[in-house]
Design a protein around this ligand. Structure first.
Ligand SMILES: *Cc1c(COP(=O)(O)O)cnc(C)c1O
Length: 487
């Protein structure tokens, strides 16, 4: 790689994604019919990812459950396809719970997390789902609800936070969610008073961090919390390690290293800007000194997804020294995990049509798309990833070019990305840009009806008899559509 090479950040493409991108005429036809932007989901991909996670459970001889964190994507086809696997679902709102039940999940395969209103609590208890408890007040409320409405005993899992290492130093960052582990006794007091209506099945955490040490300290803390439950006469059996296993978005580590170091150079003024208005993504220069820290998703993440779970289970316990997976096994505990993003790795892409290509006086071309920043949340989530150009007319000339990607809102801030994107050819009006691997949060989490622009429709595609088949996401049911994948 020479200094003059374009600053590409090429996406990592799993074979099904690569095969779909080779079917550009199909993708053009779909956007012609259903409009831009358009989201494509690959339901068979989620089953593949469940298998990867399950094989890590198997390698560590652990039983337990994989809960897909529904909030990563609103798709029906992904959730319905998931019912045919051995995975379960983590829901974070009343509507997500209704969606789970309506997609074929029974209560015993659902866990309710996040902030809860009374209706969400009631349907959780009514359907026999597990309640992932945020704090003592929620636990009291749940007990009252079960009693008042004469519901069956409710299984609860205690979400903990504020874990410490053996020393005094606090490792975990502050969280709005969960009960500080030092206040566990308050939860146990509530449980004690409501033994007939609440059944504690275990404890857990969800930490929004990539740090393995921090998660190992939390898992260690959970092992100790389980002991406290036993001492109080409960019989807990599961530890929930939450989500946050992540995705490796990029094909080449070297491109990521080079891009981030060039971005630092641009902030310091040692090379031309790489971003709109000199935006530094958290970095700034003060009197010739670099300040701040890059606030980006680590798009190149060599240990991600199921491999990250494997690393966590192989990690030594900070207090006992032996691998955490072995300690879980010896205690005969079930392992629960709640992957969101990682379970939809390579499960979807977002297409946007090019409307206008405008040369700028200096610097990158301006490329305007029939979509906006809310339709592809790469910028919102700090994910650096180049789109692929799907030309309508394949005879258009090639050659590297830097472009700024503009959205369809009448708003200065509506850039699809604030960084300039390097492409192997200048797009033309009518071409499509394909943003791959958007199924985790980057597809529909932040999509709005601003300016009454259309929200992307969603299409489910799958391979059958060597051909791509498609249907609207909401029309998908996993009947005879699961080539090469058993439940
Ligand atoms: C969001 C969330 C998850 C999933 O997180 P990912 O980073 O997408 O894996 C899991 N559990 C809880 C409680 C969450 O809020």
């Amino acid at each position: 790689m020479s200094d003059d090479d374009p600053l590409y950040l090429e996406p990592r493409l799993a074979p099904p994604t690569a095969a779909l991108l080779e079917s550009a005429p199909l993708l053009h036809t779909l956007v012609d019919a259903l409009g831009s932007p358009l989201n494509i989901v690959l339901p068979d991909g989620i089953a593949e990812n469940v298998r990867r996670f399950r094989s890590v459970f198997d390698r560590h001889h652990l039983g337990g459950r994989i809960f897909f964190a529904h909030k990563a994507n609103r798709s029906s086809s992904l959730v319905r396809r998931l019912t045919t696997t051995d995975a379960a679902l983590d829901v974070a709102s009343l509507r997500e719970l209704q969606h789970a039940l309506g997609s074929g999940f029974t209560g015993d395969r659902i866990m309710a997390t996040g902030p809860k209103d009374p209706e969400f609590l009631w349907l959780t208890a009514r359907s026999g789902a597990v309640l992932n408890v945020d704090g003592p007040e929620e636990l009291r409320q749940a007990a009252d609800l079960v009693r008042t409405h004469e519901l069956p005993p409710l299984r609860v899992l205690l979400r903990l936070s504020g874990f410490e290492t053996t020393g005094a130093a606090r490792l975990s960052r502050r969280s709005r969610f969960g009960t500080p582990v030092k206040s566990l006794h308050r939860l146990l007091d509530v449980l004690d008073r409501h033994r007939r209506v609440l059944e504690p099945i275990g404890v857990g955490y969800h930490l929004d961090t990539t740090g393995l040490d921090e998660k190992a300290a939390a898992l260690d803390g959970c092992l100790r919390a389980m002991e406290e439950l036993r001492i109080r006469g409960f019989q807990p059996r599961a530890i929930d390690v939450g989500g946050g296993f992540g995705i490796d978005y990029l094909a080449h580590a070297a491109q990521w290293e080079r891009y981030t170091s060039e971005l630092t150079g641009a902030v310091m003024g040692s090379r031309p800007p790489l971003t709109w208005g000199g935006h530094g993504y958290g970095l700034r220069a003060e009197n010739g000194t670099l300040r701040g820290a890059l606030s980006l998703y680590p798009a190149h993440r060599p240990v991600a997804g199921a491999a990250y779970l494997d690393a966590l289970l192989s990690h030594p316990s900070p207090t006992l020294g032996r691998p955490l997976g072995v300690l879980l096994l010896e205690s005969l505990y079930d392992l629960y995990a709640e992957p969101g993003r990682a379970l939809v790795d390579q499960c979807g892409l977002t297409l946007g049509r090019v409307l206008e290509v405008r040369p700028a006086d200096t610097g990158p071309h301006l490329v305007r798309l029939a979509m906006n920043a809310g339709d592809v949340g790469l910028e919102a989530h700090g994910v650096f990833l180049d789109p692929l150009v799907l030309p309508r007319d394949t005879t258009s000339p090639t050659g590297p070019v830097a472009v700024h990607l503009m959205g369809n809102l009448c708003l200065e801030a509506d850039l699809i990305t604030r960084r300039a994107v390097h492409l192997p050819r200048l797009p033309r009006p009518g071409d499509l840009l394909a943003f791959v691997n958007t199924a985790g949060y980057c597809m529909d989490f932040g999509a709005t009806h601003a300016q009454q622009q259309p929200v992307a429709r969603k299409v489910a595609v799958h391979r059958q008899d060597g051909q791509w088949r498609w249907c609207l996401d909401e029309e998908y049911w996993p009947l005879g559509r699961t080539e090469g994948h058993q439940a």
